[in-house]
Design a protein around this ligand. Sequence first.
Ligand code: ATP
Length: 257
Amino acid sequence: MSAPLLEASGLDLAFGAVRALDGVAIDIHPGEVVAIVGESGSGKSSLLRVLAGQMRPDAGTVLYRDPAGHAHPVHGMGEAALRRLMRTDWGFVHQNARDGLRMGVSTGGNVGERLMAIGARNYGGIRDEATEWLKRVEIDPSRIDHLPRTFSGGMQQRLQIARTLVTRPRLVFMDEPTGGLDVSVQARLLDLIRALVADLGIAVLLVTHDIAAARLLAHRILVMRRGQVVEHGLTDRVLDDPQHPYTQLLVASVLAA
Ligand SMILES: Nc1ncnc2c1ncn2[C@@H]1O[C@H](COP(=O)(O)OP(=O)(O)OP(=O)(O)O)[C@@H](O)[C@H]1O
């Protein structure tokens, strides 16, 4: 197997007396989808933010391996380099599409802007690619000049995904990408994410409390509880044969629902 894209170990993070992260280790390889699951408050979002360089841990390291194979400490690279990474090799899909879109910019502009950030300059080419991506995420291209605020929640989320994936990042962080949407909209969005991620071969770190979403999308699962990883392994193994009592409880509660 190739070297990990992202490799973290010994991560600690405290908010006062709350240990949000307690000795967490995680890695993700190119093209792999890893889900971080656990109940509310277990530390999932904190972990994602630390891994993406948005928050500094109290202890531990996060290493990112660039396309040339050089490993860089995420928390030592500086804000400008991190911002550049987030525009190029990385992407972030927020639970609330409004956090990942520019609501005052047209639909086509939202997608095109990311292409311009990596150097695209030909207006016609950018518009053609934006049109192509709108089709890919099942948004009618006749909406290309409309503002995203005229869209439903599901459409906004699909637009955020187009905006993030158009530059073909190597690693995408997703924080509850289907949270807050209707169940039928969630199912369609999960299918879309699964198809796009497989097609593009993107690595995804997915935070979710939805075990069904993790089963559908992830190759591997990490189960968090009170800031610790209590179990990790291949998705089928973890969900069909959970070893830790907490994972057993989590899986049983879904089966009972
Ligand atoms: N900025 C903050 N200030 C104080 N406490 C925080 C902060 N962010 C997170 N916490 C606490 O750290 C713990 C982990 O929170 P975190 O949001 O990472 O969990 P989570 O598993 O993502 O939960 P949820 O699914 O509800 O988002 C919780 O006890 C939370 O209250």
